[in-house]
Design a protein around this ligand. Structure first.
Ligand code: NBP
Length: 475
């Protein structure tokens, strides 16, 4: 065979990636379970480059040069397992199977172990950027054996997005690390979108701004510190007018947010790792609450209270929201990077956080100017205990903190929900607190369950004899 890469699974993502490879001069073998998608691709875009049409999996594998490289772009879960098995039976030692779908990282760990036993290289690669990114340059997070990256890396880097000449693709670490960081990336995407939603909601409900004006605010923000793809497309979506009703499109869209599961996975993993990824969790729960439409309908008459303290100056409050958004975003990223560090530690992956900031600057949904700052922060100190402690972010948050508090306080008196703004602020306050009420928690646990506690003034483990004379013993 002569094809440098094969792509199986030619739905929207797979066909766009196949075209991307072809446009970069690679010969691409094409395969899909049903031939219709393969033919549709060839008919519409056969001119993009050099493709090899194949019908059966055997024909597909035979079309590839050795070591063979196959990218699987089918539905995550059972379909991916089925395709891997079919391929593995046809491939030879040293060949590389890449799963570019949104697989759960624990599945990737399992698959990599099974494939390496059979002498095959298995690479779980997170791919972000949606349809458009797949075609024009996604951000790619490949895990798997380091050796496989030597032959695969240049190929993947050639089709990835580039920022300042650097590819948005690098080897993340062994086995499931690529899909793990892609999962957290998606979780951060949830948090980012929730924060943007809260900022928008405040401008509508606290400032009574028309949607078109809010679109202008986001457009303006996109030329400052908040410069990012999601802020940019927020301005686009808010500017859209519904052809049928003449209303802003956002006003005719049902306010129940869907989810495909990667946010939920991130939070489950955060719970298992014991990392307070509150920004992402609030975002996942906010989508769930939005979708509880019956319950919401019945709760609509509940009292809001009488505190309502509206902001006095529109421009000042918009500037406050901007800073609250920025500070909360720093918290969401700080937490996401903490989770990646914990996952890396747990699975011995040696993931470099600075690499992630680098490859997330382009191609992916959370791409943002801000990531340059994160990259600099980890370049300066790879052992950073929290992003919030990097000098740049420490200053930025200090500069924003009064605005952040005003926004959360105002939203609270007006009864406007800001779960991500407020929980991020609480996280920040908890993190910087010298003492936390966890001391009382420990006391309570010792009271009802003899769970013991430690003292601030001497080493050891202690228990108070609560049901006896309440003297303290060393446990
Ligand atoms: P889908 O996730 O909708 O999957 C459709 C493809 O899977 C078709 O090619 C279909 O073949 C194939 N397939 C199925 Br379903 N079951 C199969 C089986 N048992 N054996 C063989 N093939 C099977 O496609 P997508 O939206 O292009 O996404 C592909 C992957 O990329 C997914 O894992 C997704 O999570 C991930 N991803 C998507 C995005 C995005 O923005 N959409 C972004 C990043 C990652 P058929 O044509 O014969 O039915």
């Amino acid at each position: 065979g002569s094809a440098q890469i094969g792509v199986t699974g030619l739905a929207v993502m797979g066909s766009n990636i196949a075209r991307n490879f072809a446009r970069h001069g690679h010969t691409v073998a094409l395969h899909n379970r049903s031939i219709a998608k393969t033919d549709a691709l060839l008919e519409k875009h056969g001119d993009d480059g050099s493709f090899v049409r194949t019908e059966s999996m055997a024909e597909f594998v035979a079309a590839l040069e050795k070591p063979r490289r196959v990218l699987i772009m089918v539905k995550a879960g059972d379909p991916t397992d089925a395709v891997i098995e079919e391929l593995a039976n046809l491939m030879e030692e040293g060949d590389i199977i890449i799963d570019g779908g949104n697989s759960l990282y624990t599945d990737t760990i399992r698959r990599e172990a099974a494939m390496s036993k059979r002498g095959l290289n298995f690479v779980g690669a997170g791919i972000s950027g949606g349809e458009e990114g797949a075609l024009n340059g996604p951000s790619i997070m490949p895990g798997g054996p380091k050796e496989s990256y030597e032959s695969l890396g240049p190929l993947l880097e050639s089709i990835s997005a580039h920022v300042d000449g650097e590819p948005c693709c690098t080897h993340i670490g062994p086995d499931g690390s690529g899909h793990f960081v892609k999962m957290v990336h998606n979780g951060i995407e949830y948090a980012d979108m929730q924060l943007i939603g809260e900022a928008y909601d405040l401008m509508r409900k606290a400032l009574d701004l028309p949607v078109s004006k809010i679109a202008d605010v986001f457009r303006e923000w996109n030329s400052g510190d908040l410069d990012s793809y999601l802020v940019e497309i927020t301005a686009e979506v808010l500017s859209q007018v519904d052809a049928e009703t003449g209303k802003p499109l956002v006003d005719v869209i049902v306010d129940a947010a869907g989810q495909k599961g990667t946010g939920r996975w991130t939070v489950k993993s955060a719970l298992d790792l014991g990392i307070p990824t509150t920004g992402i969790a609030e975002a996942v729960f906010a989508r769930a609450l939005s979708s509880a439409t019956d319950q919401r309908k019945q709760a609509q008459g509940l009292a809001s209270g009488t505190l309502a303290a509206a902001p006095t100056d529109t421009d000042t409050f918009i500037a406050d929201i901007n800073k609250a958004l920025y500070a909360s975003k720093v918290v969401a990223y700080a937490q996401g990077f903490d989770q990646i560090a914990a996952g890396s530690e747990e699975y011995d992956w040696d993931v470099h956080p600075g690499d992630l900031a680098t490859i997330w600057r382009g191609g992916c949904i959370i791409r943002a100017k801000f990531l340059n700052r994160i990259r600099d922060a980890y370049a300066e100190n790879p052992e950073l205990p929290s992003l919030l402690l990097a000098p740049y972010f420490r200053d930025a948050v200090e500069n924003a903190v009064d605005s952040w508090r005003r926004v959360v306080a105002t939203a609270t008196t007006l009864g406007i929900p800001v779960p991500a703004f407020s929980s991020s602020l609480s996280y920040y306050d908890a993190l910087r607190s010298e003492r936390l009420p966890a001391a009382l928690t420990q006391g309570l646990r010792d009271f009802f369950g003899a769970h013991t506690y430690q003292r601030v003034d001497k080493p050891g483990t202690f228990h108070t004899l609560w049901s006896e004379d309440r003297s303290e013993i060393e446990a």
